[in-house]
Design a protein around this ligand. Sequence first.
Ligand SMILES: NC(=O)c1ccc[n+]([C@@H]2O[C@H](COP(=O)([O-])OP(=O)(O)OC[C@H]3O[C@@H](n4cnc5c(N)ncnc54)[C@H](OP(=O)(O)O)[C@@H]3O)[C@@H](O)[C@H]2O)c1
Length: 282
Amino acid sequence: MKTVMFGDQSVPAIGIGTWHMGDKSNRQGDEIAAIQAGIEAGAQVIDTAEMYGNGNSERLVGKAIKKFNRQDLFIIDKVLPENASLAQLPKHLEASLRRVDTDYFDLYLYHWRGSIPLSETVEALQAAQTTGKIKRWGVSNFDLMDMEELLAISGGNNVAANEDLYNLGSRGTEYDLQSWQVDHHIPFIAYTPVAQGDRFGQDLTTNSTILEIANRHDVTPYQILLAWSIRNGNVLAIPQSSNPQHATENINSGDIELSAKELSIIDDNFPAPTTHAPLDIL
Ligand SMILES: NC(=O)c1ccc[n+]([C@@H]2O[C@H](COP(=O)([O-])OP(=O)(O)OC[C@H]3O[C@@H](n4cnc5c(N)ncnc54)[C@H](OP(=O)(O)O)[C@@H]3O)[C@@H](O)[C@H]2O)c1
């Protein structure tokens, strides 16, 4: 299974997203089963946020992980921009930890840039890290210019990851951001890696090239999208699924090796960017 390094810690390159999960009580059984199926298939990373359902996703994750050893998991949580101040961040971190029912997060992300000065947020994240309640911190929805600004701030070079939208239908970050992150040893976390099941009308999973490659590997087109997204070794993908079978397939995609020829055919159909484009954000 492909892996990604967070400093000296290696984690499987496919994790579990949880946006929109935990909101409806009649769906929670399937949702918990899906998260557990993903972990049983080998996932370690679970991505949640205080924003998701106002804490519902965090509570669901808390229930789903109860039967596993905490040290075998890598939990990512996120603080909302308006809460990322020196005064507010510690309280919001505490509340998130309580909802997930854990003592620490492996990675705590600044969800997207707001109006609080970046230097204050970095100071608050650095302070949180010294308490041991977060093992490392990172950012989300940052483009290259944001990352360069971050690294110029005192403590900013302690950033452990950047989480951005990335899938076959949205390759803009490949132009400069992803290679910059490789050069700076900062893992790239790909959110919405299967384009929410073609919700944006990109028809990725019904594309004939993707279907043909999926047939050749005897897997689903979703699995090819995921195998493609993690092909370079610095990307962690966090697909969301409320279906245990899909969740298992998603994690198993970490074992699929796409050949150079297959990657080149995919490039012909979904060309890599040739200029800088504004960051895609959900
Ligand atoms: N940092 C940020 O700002 C940010 C923004 C957006 C998302 N995220 C994170 O990234 C995660 C993933 O992104 P996302 O939830 O937007 O979209 P996504 O993972 O691209 O797509 C989720 C959808 O795809 C379907 N799906 C997933 N795997 C499948 C499979 N193997 N076969 C068939 N259908 C499949 C799911 O349906 P089923 O339930 O039927 O499988 C679900 O409807 C989020 O949950 C969240 O944790 C972060």
